[in-house]
Design a protein. Structure first.
Length: 113
């Protein structure tokens, strides 16, 4: 038997440092910047250098979570059931658009019969 090439969609599979996708790396770096500013302007001034590093780590972890994970399908809260499976950053961007526009949002989906 011969070997055959089976094409597959590899879009979105780019990983950097084994855990970061490009989007997650960008979100992490963007969120580390406020942590860095907080460290330099507040914690280093007060002499709490370790707390500044921890703040940078927390901000970076928040950026990683927002850029990587999706909303889980939880039956405990009905609001999570509506947006289950969507990226967290998409939900945040949709909320920002909702608050800055006319506070109207249109979601097209399957209707229950």
């Amino acid at each position: 038997m011969g070997t055959y090439f089976i094409p597959r969609n590899t879009k979105g599979e780019t990983r950097l440092f084994k855990i970061f996708s490009v989007k997650a790396l960008i979100y992490t770096v963007v969120m580390v910047i406020p942590g860095l500013l907080l460290k330099l302007l507040v914690f280093d001034t007060l002499g709490f250098g370790l707390a500044g590093w921890i703040a940078m780590g927390v901000f970076g972890a928040i950026g990683f979570v927002v850029g990587t994970f999706k909303i889980p399908n939880l039956t405990l809260a009905p609001i999570f059931k509506v947006c289950a499976g969507e990226n967290i950053d998409d939900i945040i961007l949709r909320y920002i658009k909702f608050r800055t526009k006319d506070k109207k949002i249109y979601i097209y989906g399957k209707e229950k019969k």
